[in-house]
Design a protein around this ligand. Sequence first.
Ligand code: 6PG
Length: 261
Amino acid sequence: MATNPRIFDDNSAFEEAAAAVVAETLAGAVGERGRAAIALAGGGTPRGLYNRLGGESWRERIPWERVDLFWGDERCVPSDHPESNFRMVEETLLSKLALLPERIHRVPTELGAEKAAAAYAEELWEVLGEEARFDLVLLGLGDDGHTASLFPRTPRLRDEERWVVTTRSPQPPHRRVSLTLRVLNAARRVVFLVRGASKAAAVARVVGRAAADDEEGDVPPAALVRPAAGEPLWILDRSAAGLLPTADPSVPGEEREGGER
Ligand code: 6PG
C-alpha cells in the first residue's frame, strides 16, 4: 500500500514524486472519463513541480489538451501582478504548454473580489456541473494551518453551500478568492505539497488528526480537508515532516515510510 505521508530528503525527489502523482491522476481521469479537471495550488512550494510538469520528461505524459485547469485560490491582484497565482502558473507551466484558452480557468480578479468569486463559481458549474468534482486538487499549507485561502477563523470556513468565497489573509495581498471546503472535499483526490521547517508544527497538527477534534474552535482549516473519496495524500520534505511522530530519521533513502494514515 502506498505510504502516506511520503517524505523526501531533497527537492528533486519531492518534485518528481509529486509530478508522478499528477500525471497518474490526470491521465487516469482522461482514460476513464475522457477529460480531467485540476485545481492548482498557489504560493511558492509548487513552482518547482509546475516547472517540471512543463518540462521535457513530463509534458508528454499528461493529456493536457483534455485537462481543465483551475486555481484553488487567488489573490485579488491583477493577473500579471508578481503576487498572482495565475501569473506564477503562467510563468512555470502555461508558457510551456500549447493549451486551448478555454481550458484555462483563472479567477477574473479584474472584476473585484465579490464579482470574481461569483463569476468563478459560475465557470466551475459550467465546466464541472453540479457536483463541482475535481479529479485532483493540489494544496499547500500555511504555518498557521491555512490551505488555499481558507484561514483560521475565516467567517465562511465551514460554509456548506458556496463553492467559492472571498476571504481576508493576515498576510498581504489581504483580499483573496478561494474554493470552499465543500469543493475541496468533493474532489476525487487531494494532495498536499509541503516543504520547510516552518511548516512542521502545522503538519504535526493536521496530519493524522482525528475528525472528532474538528469541533474545536481553533481547528486548522487544512484539517477540515477530508474528501469523501479518501484521505489527502501528503508529500513532504524531511523538514516539514520533522515533528511527525512517525518520521523516523534512522530510515535511509529518499522516501521513508511516514507511517500509514
Ligand atoms: C496562496 C496559497 C496558500 C499557500 C500556502 C503555502 O495563495 O498563497 O494558496 O494556501 O499554498 O500559504 O505557501 P508556500 O508554498 O509559499 O509556503
